[in-house]
Design a protein around this ligand. Structure first.
Ligand SMILES: *Cc1c(COP(=O)(O)O)cnc(C)c1O
Length: 378
């Protein structure tokens, strides 16, 4: 089955009891048992809920995994998964990792004796150089946020395997429609399902997906123990949202390319960061490991005043954090996703005061361009 078909038929999408074309919302916390010796499959909903399970099975199929676990947020998925590591373990992390992941690693996991080294993962030799005898995990994001830097996943996996290290990839920006890290040899795929997977800016959720069933059982044990699983209403909404993933990604990506081409010619836009551009330093690597550049890009303007005009003047793109919705979302990394970084560190990473990120939605491309044009020219 191709992915478009898997989106509709990949999971258990018919209720066996009623024939309903969809799994209902099991808004139930506990299940009646009949035998003292053998409990039913479902007993208590912190552990298992049929609506969550239908969503987990669907995402597992999309990512070519054997097991997916759905969580109350992307950060719940990331934090719960990181609990597979133990005090004394060392992790190598890409230096432009999602801010929330940076926060839990540098302020919470560090306190638990799990140390992290942050490296420029676009440079495989920097990954190799950071590995110690205690290194147990390599954590990557490609393309990364907000500069869309690309890491060679096959190359990274080769290093990790050589040292017996688990590779984790946050695949939020790409979704399994455009990139499937498990097929490239990575061990764990993480998601903020809040973004493109659900796609409608109305649910906070996250996923961890694995190929190895033993690894899946370890994460599942912690999910149940901590109670970080996704609730049934949100599971239902995400199941509904994900059905249109292909058509949404196709259209948003096409529109992103159109806007990027227009921006490339605009005199006040000084740089555009998008792996779909031949001039992007990671273009070839990205092309070799994914099926498209996605629908998020960032751009730099001539000065802060122009950046302010764009951010405050767009009428169609919502000035907000987050991405991956049906509506275009424009954001300002220096004051939003990367506000917690000290200014010098932020600038060193290339996140300037003139950098703007755009997540392209499903509006008409000509309307979006006209809107950006009027905002820049205000
Ligand atoms: C939003 C995001 C997260 C965190 O997900 P939440 O659902 O907000 O907890 C993690 N990684 C990436 C790349 C994200 O964009």
């Amino acid at each position: 089955m191709k992915l478009a078909t898997k989106l509709i038929h990949g999971g258990p999408n018919v209720d066996p009891q009623t024939g309903a074309l969809g799994v209902p919302i099991y808004q139930i916390s506990t299940y009646q048992q009949t035998s003292v010796e053998h409990f039913r499959k479902y007993d208590y909903a912190r552990g298992d809920n049929p609506t969550r399970e239908a969503l987990e099975d669907t995402i597992a199929v999309l990512e070519s995994g054997t097991r997916c676990l759905a969580f109350a947020s992307g950060m719940a998925a990331i934090s719960t998964t990181l609990m597979i590591f133990s005090p004394g373990d060392h992790l190598v992390i890409c230096d432009d990792v999602y801010g929330g992941a940076y926060r839990v690693l540098s302020t919470i996991f560090s306190r638990m004796g799990i140390e992290s080294t942050f490296v420029d993962a676009t440079d495989l030799s920097a990954i190799e150089a950071a590995v110690r005898s205690s290194t147990k995990g390599l954590y990557l994001e490609t393309p990364s946020n907000p500069l869309l830097k690309v890491t060679d996943l096959r190359g990274a996996v080769e290093i990790a395997r050589h040292h017996g290290i688990i590779t984790l990839v946050d695949n939020t920006f790409m979704t399994p429609y455009l990139q499937r890290p498990l097929e490239l040899g990575c061990d764990i795929v993480l998601h903020s399902g809040t973004k493109f997977l659900n796609g409608h800016s109305d649910v906070i959720c996250g996923f961890a997906v694995v190929k190895d069933t033993e690894l899946g059982s370890r994460i599942r044990y912690i999910q149940n123990a901590f109670g970080t699983g996704l609730g049934p209403q949100d599971s239902f909404l995400t199941l509904r949202g994900v059905k249109t993933l292909k058509v949404r990604m196709d259209r948003s990506q096409q529109t992103a390319m159109k806007i990027v081409e227009w921006m490339n010619r605009h005199p006040l836009v000084t740089a555009v960061h998008y792996p779909g551009l031949g001039s992007h330093p990671g273009h070839l690597v990205h092309h070799s490991q994914s099926d498209g550049p996605g629908a998020v890009f960032s751009f730099e303007l001539d000065c802060f005043e122009t950046a302010r005009k764009v951010l405050e003047g767009t009428r169609l793109s919502a000035f907000a954090v987050s991405l991956g919705g049906v509506e275009s979302i424009i954001s300002y990394p220096a004051r939003m996703s990367h506000a917690s970084l000290p200014a010098d560190e932020r600038l060193r990473k290339g996140i300037t005061d003139t950098l703007v990120r755009l997540s392209v939605g499903l509006e008409d491309p000509d309307d979006l361009i006209a809107d950006l044009e009027q905002a820049i020219g205000r």
